[in-house]
Design a protein around this ligand. Structure first.
Ligand code: HSE
Length: 435
């Protein structure tokens, strides 16, 4: 059989890793697929990369991505440029030209996936995106196929390695935020715009994809509640530890009666949970299915060959399915595209979680009573309170609450912050038992 011909758009970290893995494991891959897969045409602005990676002289190289997209010899276009544009135009043009597409581009899928999948459906081609979520962890395959018997109750993931690296270093070494971020950038884990990592946008891209796969709903990145880790202090990390918790930046999707919670925020989780012990740049996704119970997927969420592992697995999947009837392929978003549900994503005020509150208040009689009275009036029950030794007549009060409606907590925090005895904004971190 003729080899399957791949066109690569981009020869950066992931593009380079993909070319190298395809070459190094070529024989094994051919045994898996039943035919060989070759990189035939590459688009890269940096022509020096071709020598750097010792790519075969038979590979055609161009600086124009459209040369690859419009090349009639190419079966699968692999988009590894990232960002919205020109990635979107190149992917749509590839589909228009009848080519299958593999992409690692989470931003593209999260924002334009519905349009891209509709076009792919119309043209009878596949769009595969395993590398878009949690790098090398085959979480999309697991959710779309391995767990397809289940009603997914909830999932919670550490899906941004840079954020996890920062929180881990802050906890283990007492390092400060900016310093650790700079190191993550040097190591090549951070996004081109690092606010995407620390403000949760990258995780929200990935979470909206996972949520659609879990619940059979259209992609709704714009409805994902997104809160970053830049306001987490070393004190919060320390107090969380004292209480037996770790702070992780989690993406959480949960189905409740009224709809779907879809949220990214710093979260305190009991330190005995396996996912609480996922450290450094590693990623992990915990999925609770009604039949299987909890399952945990762990691995490298970024890096050249870990991400290439997912890209190449997609290329292999597409190569195997090339001859399959388009109607019998695994649907892009796990559910048949004409049977997607309109279950609403809930506004954050309707979400229910427990809370950690760090309150700075004057150290004088009656202050605690005033504060607990406000919480009681908002129907908020306290699970634990610690008061730290006061400094300059100011006390730090740490509270853990039982599960409350976020809207009630917002009201209570506004009333607390309006008290003269409360000295500055209250820090809140949501708490999840993940049990
Ligand atoms: N910036 C991302 C991270 C890279 O830190 O996880 C992988 O998507």
């Amino acid at each position: 059989m003729d080899p399957v011909k791949v066109g690569l758009l981009g020869l950066g970290t992931v593009g380079g890793g993909t070319a190298v893995v395809l070459r190094r494991n070529a024989d094994e891959i051919a045994r898996r697929v039943g035919r060989s897969i070759i990189v035939d045409h590459v688009a890269t602005l940096d022509l020096g990369r071709v020598d750097e990676l010792s790519l075969s002289e038979d590979i055609r190289v161009t600086q124009e991505a459209t040369d690859v997209v419009n090349d009639p010899d190419i079966d699968i276009v692999v988009e590894l440029i990232g960002g919205y544009s020109p990635a979107k135009e190149l992917v749509l043009q590839s589909i228009e030209n009848g080519k299958h597409v593999v992409t690692a581009n989470k931003a593209l899928i999260a924002l334009h996936g519905d349009e891209i999948f509709a076009k792919a459906q119309e043209k009878g081609v596949m769009v595969a995106f395993e590398a878009a979520v949690a790098g090398g962890i085959p979480i999309i395959k697991a959710m779309r196929e391995g767990l397809s018997a289940n009603h997914i109750e909830w999932l919670a993931g550490i899906i941004n390695g840079t954020g996890n690296f920062i929180l881990t270093e802050m906890r283990d070494k007492g390092r400060n935020f900016a310093d650790v971020l700079a190191e993550a950038q040097e190591l090549g884990y951070a996004e081109a715009d690092p606010t995407f990592d620390v403000e949760g946008i990258d995780a929200a891209h990935k979470l909206s994809i996972l949520s659609s796969l879990a619940y059979g709903i259209p992609l709704q990145f714009d409805k994902t509640y997104t809160e970053g880790i830049s306001k987490i202090t070393r004190e919060d990390v320390e107090y969380a530890s004292e209480l037996g918790y770790r702070i992780k930046h989690l993406g959480i999707a949960r189905r409740v009666e009224a709809g779907i919670e879809q949220r990214v925020h710093p979260t305190m989780i009991p330190e005995r949970r396996l996912i609480a012990n996922v450290d450094g740049v590693m990623n992990a996704v915990l999925v609770q299915g009604d039949a299987v119970g909890p399952t945990l997927y762990y691995g490298a969420g970024a890096g050249d060959e870990p991400t290439a592992s997912a890209v190449v697995a997609d290329i292999i999947d597409v190569a195997r399915a090339l001859t399959a009837d388009p109607h019998n392929r695994v649907p892009h978003l796990a559910f048949q595209s004409d049977l997607l549900a309109d279950t609403p994503i809930l506004p954050m005020s309707e979400v229910q979680t427990a809370f950690y509150l760090r309150i700075c208040a004057e150290d004088k009689p009656g202050v605690m009573a005033e504060m607990t009275q406000i919480l009681g009036a908002s129907n908020i029950s306290i699970e634990a309170i610690i008061q730290k030794e006061p400094k300059d007549d100011k006390a730090t009060i740490i509270m853990l609450t039982h599960v409350v409606r976020e809207g009630d907590m917002n009201d209570a925090i506004s009333s607390l912050e309006a008290l003269d005895v409360v000295c500055r904004k209250i820090t809140r971190i949501r708490v999840e038992s993940l049990g």
